[in-house]
Design a protein around this ligand. Structure first.
Ligand code: GLC
Length: 544
């Protein structure tokens, strides 16, 4: 177990993201709940993770599956009660697992009491908790668009004003310039810290300092001063791990966010690597084949940028992204090998790895009829594209490739009906491949992808080079190989990945002869040549 009273403990930790709605149902309602998570703590302990990033469980009308909070200090009845939450925190802690709460500080739900008050009149004390502009029904304050489609402004006739929302109209943006609002948020965070949570994931935190008049949403001029105040008033009073979602972070900005003095956050999620297989300058729905050479150089850039002057996160999946095995791996021909390669490639690097539920099983994307989808982003996009005359097949293909519901299908526990997720009807269909791909099968097979993840989590705690080693990219322009070396004092690592379904010539450089193979995705380790999707990590203990 990690000693979580020491600042920076999280540098050796691995997190596991739970999307609670799809994790484990104990009531038969078809949606997961906190007791369900408690019932699966043994499984998570076996995997070896240190932190659970828990997607939002606070009270919410669930327009955006909890990313629209109506009461920050209450648990949504769908998930249970505050007592269940306290039980989860305590029982996880017994196993060395901390709860990282997902906090949405950029916006609230329109059902939050603050917004209900704000709507009452322009001089209501809560009115200034939100972002308002004058206007008439015919003229919007400007042409800014919501991320989920449609205008970013909604008109309130009795006030004669528009409010600003970067996401759905039911997610009004909070007005961070207002110090009373900020104080209210800090008090709420301190309240959660008192309850024993060990960290926070801060939703779209780079958007809080918006300046809509200047068309600025992300990275507003006051962003870092807001973050420093937030951190000083809350996180720095404990020994927490914090991660901010920051789509537009540059390396320079990430250094500020994760400055080693702890003045802002522990780290951010930046998404550059997750955008390389998208058509540049187009929407998230337009994809292109993954350019491996660009991916390698991108990782190299970030590994160098944050080494010794910040800290990064390592991830390939989350609840907003399609499943990585379907995206970059080969679930048809090499499901186990490619799933393990992706894990090995990522977990050999510096940073805090995040595993998204089911990733450790090799879960894949799903194809559903449009009526079965639930995500508002998918449904809005479908409507907009239909109206624009785009052919049905093309729209559906984009959804199969990129839709967020790919990641949100229920966790596949075993081969019983509904994959052991629920005894009722699941809120989103279970992927029909659950009879093969499920936790019970994976646990029974000592060579399964589950154990590759478990090994990688353990290695990070065992060898300092995983945490502190520098990073040297080799074979930079090779179209199939992703090879890198790491070095810290007398510890040396070589990570070798043959990305793709063709065997590739390669031989272990002489320096590494006799090195220990710490993890691999085939049973044996010949010195020459790499088989399809083959990946290994070598270790050598020697001063060089
Ligand atoms: C973040 C969340 C996403 C949500 C959005 C609005 O990007 O990860 O799920 O829809 O913020 O809160």
């Amino acid at each position: 177990m990690l000693d979580k009273t020491k600042q920076g403990w999280w540098k050796k930790a691995t997190a596991y993201q739970i999307y609670p709605k799809s994790f484990q149902d104990t009531t038969g309602k078809g949606t997961g709940d906190l007791q369900g998570i408690i019932s699966r703590l043994d499984y998570l302990e076996k995997l070896g993770i240190d932190v659970i990033w828990l997607s939002p469980v606070c009270a919410s009308p669930q327009v955006d599956n909890g990313y629209d909070i109506s009461d920050y200090r209450a648990i949504d009845p769908m998930y249970g009660t505050l007592d269940d939450m306290k039980e989860l925190i305590a029982k996880a802690k017994e196993r060395g697992i901390g709860i990282m709460l997902d906090l949405v500080l950029n916006h609230s739900s329109d059902q939050h009491n603050w917004f209900k008050e704000a709507l009452k009149s322009r001089d209501n004390p809560y009115h200034d908790y939100y972002v308002w502009r004058e206007g008439t029904p015919e003229s919007y304050p400007n042409d800014m668009k919501s991320v989920f489609g449609g205008p970013a402004w909604t008109y309130v006739p009795h006030l004669g004003q528009y409010y600003f929302h970067q996401f759905a109209p039911q997610q009004p943006d909070l007005h961070w310039d207002n110090p009373t609002l900020r104080r209210e948020l800090y008090d709420m965070i301190l309240w959660w810290m008192d309850l024993g949570v060990e960290g926070f994931r801060l939703d779209v935190i780079d958007q809080i300092a918006k300046e809509p008049d200047l068309h600025i949403t992300g990275n507003g001029p006051k962003l870092h001063s807001f973050l420093r105040e937030l951190s000083a008033e809350t996180f720095q009073k404990g020994c927490l791990v914090t991660v901010g979602e920051a789509w537009g972070a540059t390396p320079e900005r990430a250094q500020l966010y994760s400055a080693p003095d702890g003045s802002e956050l522990s780290m951010v999620f930046q998404f550059e690597h997750m955008c390389l297989d998208l058509e540049p300058g187009k929407s998230k729905w337009e994809i292109r084949p993954l350019p491996l050479v660009e991916l390698k150089k991108n990782f190299e850039k970030w590994q160098h940028a944050l080494h010794n002057c910040g800290f990064g996160s390592l991830f390939l999946n989350n609840h907003d992204l399609p499943r990585i095995l379907s995206r970059w791996g080969d679930p048809q021909n090499y499901p186990a090998e490619s799933a393990k390669l992706l894990a090995i490639m990522l977990h050999g690097m510096e940073g805090m790895p995040y595993i998204y539920q089911g990733e450790e099983l090799g879960m894949t994307n799903i194809r559903l009829p449009i009526e079965a989808y639930k995500d508002l982003e998918i449904l809005n996009m479908y409507k907009e594209r239909k109206a624009a005359g785009i052919p049905e097949e093309q729209i559906m293909e984009s959804i199969y490739q990129r839709g967020r519901d790919n990641a949100r299908t229920p966790m596949q526990w075993d081969s019983s009906p509904q994959a052991g997720f629920t005894t009722g009807t699941p809120w989103l269909p279970v992927n029909p491949n659950y009879t093969e791909i499920n936790a019970e099968n994976r646990l029974a097979d000592p060579n399964s992808v589950f154990y590759t993840y478990a090994t990688l989590i353990r290695l990070r705690k065992q060898y300092e080079v995983f945490v502190k080693g520098d990073f040297t990219l080799l074979e930079k322009d090779h179209p199939h190989l992703f090879v890198y070396q790491r070095h810290y004092q007398h510890e040396n690592l070589l990570v070798v990945c043959n990305f793709g379904g063709t065997a590739t010539e390669w031989s272990l450089p002489p320096y590494w002869h006799g090195a220990t193979c710490l993890v691999q995705n085939y049973q044996d380790t010949p010195v020459n040549g790499l088989r399809p999707w083959e990946a290994r990590i070598y270790f050598k203990n020697e001063v060089n």
